[in-house]
Design a protein around this ligand. Structure first.
Ligand SMILES: O=C(CO)[C@H](O)[C@H](O)COP(=O)(O)O
Ligand SMILES: [Fe+2]
Length: 217
């Protein structure tokens, strides 16, 4: 099975966002990964609803929205209305994670949970059957272009075992520092979806880079 490829718009040229989204439409990307940062959950601010709506106007692929914000439950419906098809909240940002998962599903979006590098996948034991996606952060969230954390491989294996044990259909998404070198082992360990920001947008030929990620052995 070929992996789901989700280029992160965070690394694109915001001054030419329409062109960048059209390039992704033409590419072999499956989803557009949208990083929302609030300056509180993470020490960086990215963009909010107006930019997301602008992306949605041009995008022909599902928007995979990664919320790096505190109190995400306050904004779920608004993100759905702005075009999110997958909404991932951070476990570390949710006091009532089960309720927030149900809230996301009620909007009709797919529900994802993102985990920081230090957060054990075992904490998902009681909700894994309810979620559509788990986003394993392979860098500390907040910035693109960081170095991949090797412990991620071990976490994928543990998460895969949990998914099987709980009869869950959750997809495993890897986010941060993904490139052509680490992608094969990530897939071998059980990753279903790869997010790639700087590796795609800093390359000389983003279309080819996306195709290479999609079609590796
Ligand atoms: O969630 C994120 C950062 O918090 C981004 O999705 C991630 O960093 C992708 O960028 P890159 O591929 O450049 O690491
Ligand atoms: Fe992300």
């Amino acid at each position: 099975m070929k992996p789901i490829i989700a280029p992160s718009v965070l690394a694109s040229d915001f001054a030419n966002l329409q062109t960048e989204v059209e390039m992704l439409n033409e590419s072999q990307a499956d989803w557009l990964h949208i990083d929302i940062m609030d300056g509180r959950f993470v020490p960086n601010i990215s963009f909010g609803f107006p930019v997301l709506q602008a992306i949605q106007r041009h995008a022909k692929k599902p928007l995979d929205v990664h919320l790096m914000i505190v109190e995400p439950e306050l904004y779920i419906e608004q993100f759905r209305e702005a075009g999110a098809e997958i909404i991932s909240v951070h476990l570390e940002a949710c006091n009532h994670l089960h309720r927030t998962i149900q809230q996301i599903k009620t909007t009709g979006a797919k529900a994802g949970i993102a985990l920081n590098p230090h957060t054990s996948v075992q904490l998902l034991d009681d909700v894994i059957a309810d979620v559509d996606l788990v986003c394993l952060m392979s860098v500390n969230p907040g910035f693109g272009g960081q170095k991949f954390i090797e412990n991620t491989y071990r976490k994928i294996e543990a998460l895969k075992n949990l998914i099987i044990a709980r009869n869950s259909k959750a997809l495993i998404e890897i986010d941060g520092g993904v490139n052509q070198q680490n992608a094969p082992l990530l897939l071998e360990k059980g990753a279903d979806a790869l997010v790639a920001g700087s590796f795609v947008f800093n390359s000389t030929d983003p279309l080819q880079t996306i195709a290479n990620l999609k079609n590796q052995a």
